[in-house]
Design a protein around this ligand. Structure first.
Ligand SMILES: Cc1cc2nc3c(=O)[nH]c(=O)nc-3n(C[C@H](O)[C@H](O)[C@H](O)COP(=O)(O)OP(=O)(O)OC[C@H]3O[C@@H](n4cnc5c(N)ncnc54)[C@H](O)[C@@H]3O)c2cc1C
Length: 459
C-alpha cells in the first residue's frame, strides 16, 4: 500500500494514522478533517484563567491503550488522576452515596449492600432474592434494563443501573445492549446461578494494573491530541483541516476520496467518522454496509459549565459529583463537581460545576435557548445542591449526535458491516469497540492492522 487516507481527525483518526505509520514500510498517509481543529469531541477551552474540558474529562485505565499511547508520546509524567472519585445519586430530594457492595450499579455483596439509604427496604429485599432466581437465560443478547429488572428488580434498575450504565452512553438501559454495555453482568450470568455472586468473584479475582481507575493530563486531554499531532507531523503525515470528505468511489487502482478540497487517490482508507457520516462515505462502495451504518443511532448530550462563588454553597461540596436518575424529571442528568475532581481548574473563590443534560428520549434541553437552559440548570442546582446564587459565568457545548447507541446484537451488526465492505476500507471510532477514548484507540489499532494485512483487490 503506497497511499492511505484517514477520514476524521478525532482521537480515532489521529490514532489510526499513528498505527499506520508504525507498520513496516508505512504508506504515505493523509488525514482529512472537516473542521478547523483536530481532536473531535476532545475539546479544552479557556474558561476564565483556567483550561477546562467541554467534552470528555478523563479516560478509564482498565483498557490500557490510552496509557500506552501516552508512554509512546512521552506523556506518562503528564498523567494526572482525579483528586476524588466518590460519587452520589440524587433521589427523593437527597444525595445518597452510591451503595457499597455494587459493581457497575449491580448488587454483588449483599452484606455490604443491605442497609444503604438509596434503595427502599422492599427494593433491597427484592435484590437479595437474586440468587434464588436460577441461572439467567440470555438468548445471545438482551437489553441491560430487561436483564437487570429481572435479576434485581425495578428500583435498582431505575435508581442505580440506569444512571450509571445509561449515563455513560447518554442513553437508556431499556435499549442498550447487555453484551456491549454491561459485559461484566453477562460474564457473571454465564459463570453460575447467581449473577450477584458472579460479580463478587469477578471483583475478588480482579488484579489492579497499578494505575488509578481514571486519568487525564496536567493540561487536559488535548495533550494527547497535541502529542499525536507532533509525532504525525514528524513522520510527514499530511493533515488537511477544513476539508470535508464527501464519498469514497472505487477506481482501478483502489479508491478516490472525493472531498471539498479535491479528490485524493488511496489504496487504503480508514473511516474514523461518526457512523452516519461513514454511511454516506461508503455508499458508493457498498450500499449494504452504508445502509447498516445508517441504522446506528446517536445521543446528543449538552455540557454546561457553571461557575459559582464558593459562598453560594451552604457547605463545601464533597466528592466528585452526582448522578441523577431519569425518574427525578430534571434536565440535568449528572453533575461533576469539577473543581473538586480537578483542583487545577479552580480559580480563587470559585466552584465550577460541569452539568450534563440531554439523553435518549429526553431532548428538552435542546429546545431551550442558552439563557433559559442556564437559568433552568441554576434552579435545579438550588434544588439538588442547595446553591443559593446565580452563576457568575457559563459555557455551553451542544454535542449533536456524538455518542453511538449500542442496541442488542451490536457486535453482530458491526460484523455484517465489515463483511460487506470491500478490502481496503476499514472503520475506527466509538461505534466499534466502545465509546471511551481507550476503546476508540483500540479500534484504531485494529483498523490499521487490518488495512496493512489486506491488500487492495477491487470487487
Ligand atoms: C460530552 C461528552 C463527554 C464524554 N466523556 C467521556 C469521558 O469522560 N471519557 C471517555 O473516555 N469518553 C468520553 N466521551 C466519549 C469520547 O469523547 C468519544 O467517544 C471519542 O472522543 C470519539 O472519538 P472519535 O475520534 O471516534 O470521534 P469524534 O471525536 O467525533 O471525531 C470524528 C471527527 O470526524 C470529523 N468529521 C466528521 N465528518 C467528516 C467528514 N465528512 N470529513 C472529514 N472529517 C469529518 C469530525 O469533525 C471529528 O473531528 C464523551 C463524549 C461526549 C460527547
Amino acid at each position: 500500500m503506497n497511499n492511505a487516507v484517514v477520514i476524521g481527525g478525532g482521537i480515532s483518526g489521529l490514532a489510526s494514522a499513528y498505527f499506520l505509520s508504525e507498520r513496516p514500510d508505512p504508506p504515505k498517509i493523509t488525514i482529512l478533517e472537516s473542521e478547523d481543529h483536530l481532536g473531535g469531541t476532545i475539546r479544552g477551552i479557556d474558561f476564565g484563567s483556567k483550561k477546562v474540558e467541554t467534552g470528555p474529562d478523563s479516560f478509564i485505565t482498565r483498557n490500557l491503550s490510552a496509557v500506552d499511547l501516552a508512554a509512546i508520546l512521552e506523556l506518562s509524567e503528564r498523567l494526572v488522576a482525579p483528586a476524588t472519585s466518590s460519587a452520589f445519586i440524587y433521589s427523593r430530594s437527597k444525595l445518597h452515596h452510591i451503595p457499597k457492595g455494587t459493581v457497575f450499579g449491580a448488587p454483588s455483596d449483599m452484606k455490604k449492600f443491605l442497609g444503604n439509604s438509596l434503595i427502599s427496604r422492599p427494593g433491597q429485599l427484592r435484590a437479595a432474592l437474586e440468587p434464588l432466581l436460577g441461572r439467567a437465560r440470555i438468548e445471545g443478547d438482551t437489553t441491560v434494563g430487561a436483564f437487570s429488572k429481572k435479576r434485581w428488580g425495578r428500583e435498582i434498575t431505575d435508581k442505580l443501573i440506569e444512571p450509571l450504565v445509561g449515563g455513560i452512553h447518554a442513553g437508556t438501559v431499556q435499549q442498550l445492549s447487555l453484551a456491549q454495555c454491561a459485559p461484566q453482568y453477562m460474564q457473571a450470568a454465564l459463570a453460575g446461578n447467581s449473577v450477584s455472586a458472579g460479580l463478587k468473584s469477578q471483583m475478588a479475582g480482579y488484579t489492579p494494573n497499578g494505575h488509578p481507575m481514571f486519568y487525564s493530563f496536567a493540561e487536559g486531554l488535548s495533550e494527547l491530541v497535541d502529542g499525536l499531532l507532533k509525532l504525525l507531523i514528524d513522520r510527514n503525515v499530511q493533515i488537511l483541516t477544513g476539508c470535508q470528505s464527501l464519498e469514497i468511489i472505487p477506481d482501478h487502482d483502489g479508491y478516490e476520496v472525493v472531498t471539498s478540497c479535491g479528490t485524493i487517490a488511496a489504496e487504503g482508507v480508514v473511516c474514523a467518522t461518526p457512523a452516519y457520516v461513514t454511511s454516506r462515505l461508503v455508499m458508493p462502495v457498498s450500499r449494504i454496509a452504508g445502509e447498516l451504518l445508517g441504522t446506528i443511532e446517536y445521543a446528543s448530550p449538552i455540557m454546561t459549565l457553571l461557575a459559582f462563588e464558593d459562598e453560594s454553597f451552604s457547605q463545601p461540596l464533597e466528592g466528585s459529583g452526582v448522578l441523577i436518575p431519569r425518574r427525578n424529571g430534571t434536565l440535568a442528568t449528572a453533575v461533576t463537581f469539577a473543581t473538586n475532581k480537578w483542583p487545577s481548574w479552580k480559580s480563587e473563590g470559585e466552584t465550577l460545576l460541569r452539568i450534563s443534560s440531554g439523553r435518549v428520549g429526553d431532548n428538552r434541553a435542546w429546545q431551550l435557548s442558552d439563557d433559559v437552559l442556564v437559568a433552568s440548570l441554576e434552579s435545579e442546582m438550588e434544588q439538588i445542591l442547595g446553591v443559593r446564587a446565580r452563576s457568575t459565568r457559563h459555557h455551553i457545548s451542544r454535542w449533536k449526535d456524538r455518542i453511538p447507541q449500542f442496541k442488542p446484537f451490536h457486535s453482530e451488526l458491526i460484523q455484517r458491516i465489515r463483511d460487506n465492505l470491500p478490502v481496503g476500507i476499514e472503520l475506527a471510532g466509538a461505534p466499534f469497540l466502545g465509546v471511551g477514548i481507550p476503546a476508540c484507540i483500540s479500534s484504531s489499532a485494529l483498523a490499521a492492522e487490518r488495512l496493512s494485512r489486506n491488500s487492495f483487490k477491487p470487487r
